[in-house]
Every structure is written in structure tokens, then in C-alpha cells.
Design a protein around this ligand. Structure first.
Ligand SMILES: [Zn+2]
Length: 177
């Protein structure tokens, strides 16, 4: 399959960040210091895809201060996710890990060719893997396994993985076996 390593769109809105900053000013105007410390109330870390259709707080009934959210393309358990989970558990007291992938993820339409195309385009191969996948259930299992076998984590008993259906808003749990 032939895909470009870059996405071009002439309709980029140069004021989008200004809009977000203005929204923040309204947010701050009504904000009251909740008086929390940095430790998540529910002692849980959520690792999820960065997908724009997944609103973690709404979808999981989470409130401010409840959890750590660690997001990247695919919700992949990379070394940097392990870094964040290690800090989350050892410095900030979380004990449970919830992994969320989702239907129609952008990584399902990519392959490792993406890296080769990048290398052709910029003359340098990225140090990271694309972590593209074909089978989302299997990818969730692999992610659970990476968390469970990490030597750096204190708590690997309560690690569960799910696929979020972006058309239904519903989680489906993946059997780790
Ligand atoms: Zn995704």
C-alpha cells in the first residue's frame, strides 16, 4: 500500500490556538482551586490512544484529579509509557492500569512502510517503531503483557485492557489469555 508520510491540508486555521487560549481564559475565570495534591484520587492510570473521538473523562465517568491519563498514537505501551507508569506508581501512588485501544484506529491503516517513506523523505530513519497493527484485540493483549512484565512497575496485578467502540461509546474487555 502506498501512503504519503505526510498529510497536507490547505484549510489549516492559523487562529486555532488563539481560540483555545481564549477558552482557557473563560475556564480560569470560573475556576476554583480544588486544593488537591498530585496523587490521583482513584489510584489508577489510563493508557489510551490519542484519538480525538475518545473523551476519557466522559467515557469513564472520571472527575478532575481522579487518574493519570497517558496517551499516544495507538495507546501503545512504549518505553516512554513505561516511564510515565513507573513515575505514576512509584512517586504518585497509582496501583491499577487501564489500557484503551479503539475501533478504526489510524494505526490500522499504517504499516512499518511509514518509517521507510519517512526515511526516503527526510534522509533519516526514526528511532521509534510505528507500532502499526492489524488486530486490535491482539494489540491490546500485547500492551497488557508489556505492562505486566515490566520490571520497573510495583503493581501489575490489576492491569486490564479494552477496545472502545467509537460509534457506540462502549468498552469491550479483552481477555489477556
Ligand atoms: Zn487510535
Amino acid at each position: 500500500m502506498s501512503t504519503s508520510a505526510s498529510f497536507s491540508d490547505d484549510s489549516v486555521d492559523p487562529s486555532v490556538i488563539d481560540r483555545l487560549v481564549a477558552a482557557n481564559e473563560r475556564y480560569a475565570a470560573g475556576f476554583e482551586d480544588p486544593g488537591m495534591d498530585a496523587r490521583p484520587v482513584l489510584r489508577v492510570a489510563v493508557v489510551a490512544c490519542m484519538d480525538a473521538r475518545l473523551d476519557l473523562h466522559d467515557a469513564l465517568g472520571l472527575e478532575l484529579g481522579d487518574c493519570h491519563t497517558i496517551r499516544n498514537a495507538g495507546g501503545v505501551v512504549t518505553d516512554d509509557v513505561i516511564r510515565s507508569l513507573t513515575i505514576s506508581q512509584r512517586a504518585l501512588g497509582t496501583r491499577s492500569v487501564l489500557l484503551i485501544h479503539h475501533t478504526t484506529c489510524g494505526l490500522e491503516s499504517l504499516t512499518e512502510d511509514f518509517r521507510h517513506e519517512l526515511e526516503d523523505e527526510v534522509g533519516q530513519r526514526p528511532s521509534w517503531a510505528v507500532e502499526a497493527f492489524r488486530d486490535v484485540d491482539q494489540d491490546v493483549r500485547q500492551s497488557m503483557q508489556r505492562v505486566r512484565t515490566s520490571p520497573f512497575l510495583l503493581h501489575t496485578d490489576d492491569v486490564r485492557g479494552f477496545v472502545f467502540d467509537v460509534t457506540k461509546g462502549l468498552l469491550r474487555e479483552i481477555d489477556p489469555a
